[in-house]
Design a protein around this ligand. Structure first.
Ligand SMILES: Cc1cc2nc3c(=O)[nH]c(=O)nc-3n(C[C@H](O)[C@H](O)[C@H](O)COP(=O)(O)OP(=O)(O)OC[C@H]3O[C@@H](n4cnc5c(N)ncnc54)[C@H](O)[C@@H]3O)c2cc1C
Length: 411
């Protein structure tokens, strides 16, 4: 029996929607399944949290034709200041050192939600099923049968490749029999928008505090987006503070580099862990995005890493579509894993290292990491290497990461 679609993407969050946009440039028949419309209040992905987009992501989004719309609502990061509360060391990373106008751009997930799903639905070869959810999967000849609920009605779709992009607690990952390693940091990210007294001037800050890292990202209108990792057993206390008490607590930890903190918006929370699928592929299936690797946001790399996954997978699938070969073949999936494993290991290792090294209060280590920060600041080649990590460079790059469209590949 023929498959209904070539590629079925489960999950229309930023990663699943980006893949659908990228495959819009291919000859494949694609379906995207998402339970919650992007504009709905209960949508779990497209909320007010900020996402810092690395230049690699900017190039992917540019190649997909999405950047002009996103740029209109994005705030450039001109420099990053890294320091530790009570420590003497710091690092300043400036766009000029990297020879760039900006080190990256900050958008809110709500902005991503206004652009990515709309563009995905506009692709002639992409069918969006929403509200719809995937409930299970069974193997079939040269395909997988995916059991869906579409607007409350059961439906089965046969696909040659299933892409699970259904988030950190991925029901599809479980249905495929893929286990995940969970490293619980026992921290919760408290996210809020703040208005400081002084103009941020495009400066972003990463501040390591005794409770956990605090990032302050520049937003439009002089506001900043704060992401503060707080121990889980203290988060209720932090949420119970009045706005004035909360601002005072932030000030105590962040200091006065932006003057006084004047106003705070709604506080949202996100539990933090490192969740890694033990394998990224199964028979005719691949897991991507949060479903494959959920990272601590300390280095702001989760979506950036995932967009490079999307770029690599889309290129292989595009080639398969043009050559009329099987998009779910074991060879294609193996090539995908080989192409992505070094980047994944580098980024997840770096992120986990940052969380661990700055969570440790051993006195000798406190001085050592402050000396490390100072040395990095005084040593430009070290800074450039650090920037290569943060900006998503290194290793062979798929076309989209180079900013090139997929049309023309394999034809
Ligand atoms: C506080 C915070 C700050 C962050 N900051 C940054 C940053 O600055 N830079 C960066 O690169 N990354 C950042 N990240 C990471 C980034 O948010 C994630 O990488 C990104 O959201 C992953 O998207 P996703 O589409 O894989 O998963 P999700 O956003 O979790 O989306 C999964 C989707 O699957 C859907 N779904 C669930 N179950 C089903 C089902 N059964 N059937 C169909 N669909 C289903 C859900 O409705 C959802 O829409 C941050 C994360 C946090 C928590």
């Amino acid at each position: 029996m023929a498959a209904d679609v070539d590629v079925l993407i489960v999950g229309g969050g930023p990663v699943g929607a980006s893949l659908a946009c990228a495959l819009g440039q291919s000859p494949l028949r694609v379906a995207l399944v998402e339970p919650v419309p992007p504009e709905a209040e209960q949508q779990p992905s497209y909320d007010d949290r900020p996402t810092a987009l690395a230049p690699s992501s900017q190039r992917v989004l540019q190649a997909l034709g999405l950047w002009p719309q996103l740029r209109a609502e994005a705030t450039p990061i001109r420099s990053v200041h890294v320091s530790e509360r009570g420590g003497f060391g710091f690092v300043r990373l400036e766009a000029a050192i990297a020879g760039r106008e900006a080190l990256g751009y900050v958008v809110t997930n709500r902005t991503l939600g206004r652009v990515l799903p709309v563009q995905a639905a506009a692709q002639p070869n992409v069918t969006v099923l929403c509200p719809a959810s995937a409930e299970g999967v069974t193997p079939a000849d040269e395909a997988l049968q995916v059991h869906l609920q579409v607007a409350g009605e059961p439906r089965v779709l046969r696909t040659r490749l299933l892409v699970a992009a259904d988030g950190a607690h991925s029901p599809m990952r479980a249905a495929l029999g893929i286990e995940a390693n969970v490293n619980d940091y026992r921290q919760v990210a408290v996210v809020a928008n703040l208005t400081p007294e002084r103009d941020h001037g495009g400066r972003a800050f990463e501040r390591f505090t005794p409770t956990g890292p605090m990032a302050m990202l520049p937003l439009s209108g002089g506001r900043c987006a704060m992401i503060w990792a707080v121990p889980r057993d203290r988060v209720e206390n932090v949420l119970a503070l009045s706005d004035q008490e909360f601002l005072a607590r932030v000030q105590q930890n962040f200091g006065y580099r932006l003057g006084r903190m004047l106003q705070v918006g709604r506080r949202d929370t996100f539990p933090l862990a490192m969740i890694t699928a033990r394998q990224f592929t199964a028979h005719r299936a691949v897991v991507i995005g949060n479903a494959a690797h959920f990272l601590h946001p300390v280095a702001g790399q989760g979506f950036n890493l995932s967009l490079r996954d999307v770029a690599a997978l889309a290129e292989l699938l595009h080639q398969a579509g043009c050559a009329d070969s099987d998009p779910g073949s074991a060879q294609l999936l193996q090539r995908y894993v080989l192409a992505r494993q070094a980047d994944y290991r580098r980024v997840s290792g770096f992120t986990d290292f940052l969380v661990r090294i700055f969570s440790n209060r051993v006195p000798g280590l406190v001085s050592a990491r402050n000396l490390g920060l100072l040395a990095l600041d005084l040593f430009p080649p070290g800074k450039r290497e650090f920037l290569r990590y943060a900006m998503g460079r290194g290793g062979p790059s798929p076309r989209l990461v180079l900013g090139l469209p997929l049309t023309g590949v394999g034809q």
